[in-house]
Ligand binder design. Structure first.
Ligand code: ATP
Length: 368
């Protein structure tokens, strides 16, 4: 089921009398989610992710804009009539019911033409439990399950109604690191197997990047960039997106363009065909080559991480106390003193200092 959001906007009245301005939680959101894809809605706390999800589910009414499921305009439909399955951060299972009864529960409430026979309800329940690999645990109570298993019950409960769209709001937040990893792979597998169009909300960029077909990066209620995770990582449109994606994070420096040369601090690093201006330069940690190049940094420490080494340095133009570079461990790096880096041009992004928008001019070796 294709989901289209058209000019979706949500304004909450501000209850604080001193601040008259309303809260624009979501601002003119336009996006089309292709049928059968998993979309990661990503952004810092308060950027409007949950509000967007609640509008898609019908729990929140948009102030403006429309929502389509396929060709159906569902903007005015109640949540029950939209055919959405929702999974929240807290699994919200009924503690006194078994796994089977928890999964079955939504089917017992179906009315009219949607009513199912007992056998059909049971068949669907077992099918959903199998999908999340809980069919062996149907008679357990939630308290007898691990956090990951409880979340899988919640997913089965959302799937059992065969929703047109599956909405997941930070479903992994309550799990420990290992379970998070396992459960996110489970979610990906279940989504692939069922082919249900799925929207997944998270503030964890790594999580979104690892399982989404496409990501939507939001800030202050506004969509910043959409695209395949790798494409967005490789070509961020502004400084916010560049900083939001990537671990370790991108290194950010003060710089300038002067007479066709890009400088980081006072070090000339590339030729660039662009008018003179103040810029902010982002360099991904994997973009540094310690070959005596023109970017001069002072070595602080070297951390060996097996396949790679992390060279931690200082540079006066850096926005952060340290510059973090990731380099193959068979590269020779001085253990102290200064190191000169060359930079891989496709790992360097230049942004206007005033607007923080990307300057898309090509970076060429100096002198060209
Ligand atoms: P988080 O990751 O912390 O859950 P989020 O990205 O999901 O954040 P939302 O919960 O969608 O963000 O909130 C977006 C903005 O709207 C925030 O500034 C929030 O304070 C505001 N907001 C959300 N719900 C309401 C409400 N019912 N009344 C007023 N303001 C609200």
């Amino acid at each position: 089921m294709k989901v289209a959001l058209q000019n979706l906007t949500k304004v909450f009245p501000n209850r604080n009398k001193k601040i008259k301005k309303d809260v624009v939680a979501v601002n003119d959101f336009n996006f089309e989610i292709p049928d059968g894809k998993l979309i990661g809605l990503l952004g810092p706390s308060g950027c409007g992710k949950s509000t967007t999800l609640y509008m898609i589910s019908g729990l929140e009414k948009p102030t403006r804009g429309k929502i389509f499921f396929g060709d159906d305009d569902v903007t005015e439909l109640s949540p029950e009539n939209r055919g959405v399955g929702m999974v929240f951060q807290n699994y919200a299972l009924y503690p006194h019911l078994t796994v089977k009864q928890n999964i079955l529960f939504p089917l017992q409430n179906l009315k009219g033409k949607d009513r199912l026979t007992k056998d059909e309800m049971l068949r669907r329940t077992v099918e959903a439990a199998k999908l999340v690999q809980l069919d062996e645990l149907l008679d357990r109570k939630p308290s007898e399950l691990s956090g990951g298993q409880q979340q899988r019950v919640a997913i089965a409960r959302a799937l059992v109604k065969m929703p047109r769209v599956l909405l997941l709001d930070e479903p992994l937040s309550n799990l420990d690191a290992r379970l998070r990893l396992q459960t996110r792979e489970e979610i990906r597998r279940i989504q692939r197997e069922t082919g249900i169009t799925t929207i997944f909300v998270t503030h964890d960029q790594e999580e979104a990047m690892s399982i989404s077909d496409e990501i939507v990066v939001m800030k202050d209620g506004t969509v910043q960039q959409t695209g395949a995770p790798q494409a967005v990582y490789d070509s961020p449109v502004n400084l916010f997106v560049a900083k939001f994606l990537g671990t370790p994070p991108i290194n950010v420096f003060d710089g300038k363009i002067e007479k066709g040369v890009l400088y980081i601090g006072t070090d000339a690093v590339f030729s660039i065909a662009h008018e003179d201006c103040e810029v902010t330069v982002g360099v991904r940690p994997e973009g540094f080559i310690p070959d005596g190049g023109s970017l001069s940094c002072l070595i602080e420490s070297i951390e060996v991480m097996g396949r790679d080494i992390s060279v931690v340095t200082k540079n006066p133009a850096s926005h952060n106390p340290f510059v973090r570079s990731i380099i193959a461990s068979d590269t020779s790096v001085p253990s102290s003193g200064h190191v000169g880096f060359s930079l891989k041009p496709y790992k360097v992004f230049v942004f206007r200092k005033d607007t923080e928008e990307r300057i898309f001019a090509e970076l060429m070796p100096l002198g060209k």
